[in-house]
Design a protein around this ligand. Structure first.
Ligand code: SAH
Ligand code: SF4
Length: 374
């Protein structure tokens, strides 16, 4: 099923090592291996960090605070690529989607959802997903690999290059938020996701604060506590059903970690105060999970958890076994959840025309194979 690849080592392109996704210490070690004196490795690594993550340098040539000789040496040994752009799309609603490749059969999608003066970047954490949620397009695709920290950070660097957001602005950013809601289950790739997020949050570089980052999980219960303890980012839970029999079917991971265990993990989540509520995502599937009784049970389940509910109209994809609930069913559901005191925005589908909406992401290689079969 899967191709086991080394997902932690810096990628080699030709003989060049990839610096994206390394910690400052690891960059220092790479520099020492390249002949930089140990005494100056820390200072040099900080300089590189500034150029790479604050200024967005794509080549060593741009790094004018570093001597020409050293720049040439660095250029010969390292690279700062962002992966290969296979396709870019802009939706009628200005949502952007990029298909990026990190090697053969290793394509992922990254989506930018702009608002008036800000926006969220939806980042992928795996190529494919092991979890096969029945309503999710990514889940129909075989799992290929965990993305490395570099491959996760590079999605953000690429988006910033494209939107022209360098050097890292302190205020008024277009890419103001990051959501781990692209392809894959981030908590099945915890170490690389955590390493990537620490780079993204570093205040001397990209500097997106933990308050503006949300990690969405289908419910990998044993990993939830450390998302709060180690990273302190916002948590979103893909709940989608209020009874175990139905959730077992929609989100098969529920058979391993049932609703009760999942909600208990949420109750213990360290940032779950009223100021920082946990988001419960709930996809509206016609005739499946969208009755007033479901809404009332949802309210009952969430009692005692600082929560908000994010209702996601189902985004169809070719061959999907479900339909989106009617507007009236969604409105009735919202009313019950709101009346119980929970904010429950409906997530307006964005980028549907370019298949960039939630759960529509799928790599080009799979589309290609599917069209060959047809
Ligand atoms: N694997 C993680 C994060 C990626 S999915 C997770 O499942 O939480 C991001 C969100 O999109 C999840 O809430 C997911 O359940 C939802 N989603 C998946 N397919 C969808 C579809 N076709 N329509 C609407 N939402 C969908
Ligand atoms: Fe994987 Fe999330 Fe899709 Fe489920 S909804 S298959 S966990 S990406």
């Amino acid at each position: 099923m899967s191709v086991a690849l080394d997902d932690t080592a810096p990628v080699l392109v030709g003989q060049k090592r990839w610096l994206i996704g390394l910690t400052r210490e690891e960059i220092g070690q790479e520099l020492i291996a390249a002949g930089v004196h140990a005494r100056s490795a820390k200072m040099r690594s900080n300089q590189l960090w500034h150029w790479i993550y604050y200024r967005g340098a794509r080549s060593f040539d741009e790094m004018t605070t570093i001597s020409k000789d050293l720049r040439a040496e660095l250029e010969a040994r390292f690279h700062l690529g962002r992966g290969t752009l296979i396709e870019g799309h802009v939706s009628a609603d200005r949502t952007r989607k990029w298909l990026l490749s990190y090697g053969s059969n290793q394509e992922i999608e990254t989506v930018f959802i702009p608002e008036e003066d800000r926006g969220a970047l939806c980042v992928s954490s795996q190529v494919g997903c092991t979890l096969n949620c029945r309503f999710c397009h990514t889940g129909t695709q075989p799992w290929v690999k965990n993305l490395s920290a570099g491959e996760i950070v590079a999605q953000l660097l690429h988006a910033r290059d494209d939107i022209g957001e360098w050097p890292s602005p302190k205020e008024g950013r277009m890419i103001s938020n990051v959501v781990l809601m692209g392809m894959g289950e981030p908590l099945y790739n915890y170490d690389n996701v955590a390493k990537a997020l620490r780079i993204v949050m570093d205040q001397e570089g990209i500097g997106i604060s933990r308050r503006r980052i949300t990690l969405s999980t289908s419910g990998v219960v044993p990993e939830i506590a450390r998302v709060g303890d180690d990273l302190g980012v916002g948590l979103a839970i893909s709940l989608h059903a209020v009874r175990d029999d139905l959730r077992d079917e929609l989100v098969p991971l529920n058979r391993k970690y049932p609703i009760k265990d999942l909600l208990n993990a949420c109750r213990r989540y360290p940032t779950s105060s009223n100021a920082r509520r946990i988001t419960f995502e709930y996809v509206m599937l016609k005739g499946v999970n969208d009755t007033p009784a479901d809404a009332r049970e949802l309210v009952r389940l969430l009692q005692g958890i600082p929560a908000k509910v994010n209702l996601i109209p189902f985004n169809a994809w070719p061959g999907a076994p479900y339909e989106c609930s009617d507007d009236a069913a969604i409105a009735a559901f919202v009313e019950i959840v709101n009346a119980a005191g929970y904010s429950s925005p409906i997530r307006t589908p964005r980028g549907r025309d370019i298949m960039a909406a939630c759960g529509q992401l799928k790599s080009a290689s799979v589309k290609q194979r599917a069209s060959e079969i047809r």
